[in-house]
Write a protein that binds this ligand. Structure first.
Ligand code: CTP
Ligand code: CA
Length: 226
């Protein structure tokens, strides 16, 4: 018994996962961030390793430990995350669970911004970050056979997820309904698996269980497609 001796449906497969938030610098001591804990992405990395895959996890700044048996690369910003992801390719399956900051400060200040008597508060000019998922899904060389995105949505969760699937060119979107409280940073998740021709809705489950089931689902998909 035990995880280590369980079935190994991803033996011989390479799995790449992003997790956590990104930090976008304002100056050397300040940044823009979000509330992502990394719990779901890290749990998926652990589940993929338990399923026998060779796993690379590209993680933004989180307070949780690196999963055992997973090569973990630590990054801060979206641009660093994209570079780490590109250098970790090729992979058979890529899962983009990170909450990447949509915008960064156009020009981070080289020194700490200081208050000046009577001066106005600084205005932050933002520019859009690269879309890591869409960039990988659009690759002509080394596109992973299965590219999986996440989408945290409220209201028309499945419609938004379908639109995201098409816009980003990925194979599956794991849409989580964050309309309830406590998903960001919490231990449970309610998800719908949205592909071009199917929607599968799961009950509210611990993030560890979502991870195990997602890995089993992807192992079945990659077997069907190979
Ligand atoms: N994603 C990414 N790089 C970005 C933004 C998003 O890789 N710069 C990935 C996320 O990891 C996730 C998916 O894209 O797998 C969807 O992210 P989401 O924030 O829901 O989508 P956006 O296109 O940023 O749309 P929204 O305006 O709803 O935030
Ligand atoms: Ca976003």
């Amino acid at each position: 018994g035990g995880l280590a001796s369980g079935p190994k449906p991803l033996a011989g497969k390479r799995v790449l996962i992003t997790s956590g938030p990104t930090h976008e610098p304002i100056d050397p001591v300040r940044y823009i961030a979000n509330r992502s804990s990394g719990k779901q992405g890290h749990a998926i990395a652990a589940a993929a390793a338990a399923a026998g895959a060779s796993v690379t996890l590209v993680s933004g700044p989180v307070t949780i430990p690196d999963p055992a048996g997973v090569e973990t690369i630590h990054v801060e910003s979206a641009r660093e995350m994209l570079a780490a992801v590109e250098s970790a390719l090729p992979a058979d399956i890529a899962i983009f669970a990170a909450a990447v900051a949509d915008w960064r400060v156009a020009e981070a200040a080289p020194g700490k911004l200081k208050k000046q008597a009577g001066a106005e508060a600084p205005a932050l000019a933002l520019v859009e970050n690269p879309d890591i998922l869409a960039t990988v899904a659009a690759r002509e060389i080394d596109r992973p056979a299965l590219v999986v995105g996440f989408a945290a949505e409220t209201d028309n969760v499945i419609d938004y997820a379908r639109a995201k699937l098409a816009r980003k060119g990925c194979d599956l979107i794991v849409a989580n309904d964050v309309g309830g409280t406590g998903v960001m940073g919490g231990d449970a998740n309610t998800v719908h698996l949205v592909s071009a021709d199917n929607v599968e809705t799961w009950p509210t489950l611990p993030k560890s269980e979502v991870a195990t089931r997602l890995i089993a689902h992807l192992a079945a998909m990659s077997k069907a497609g190979s």
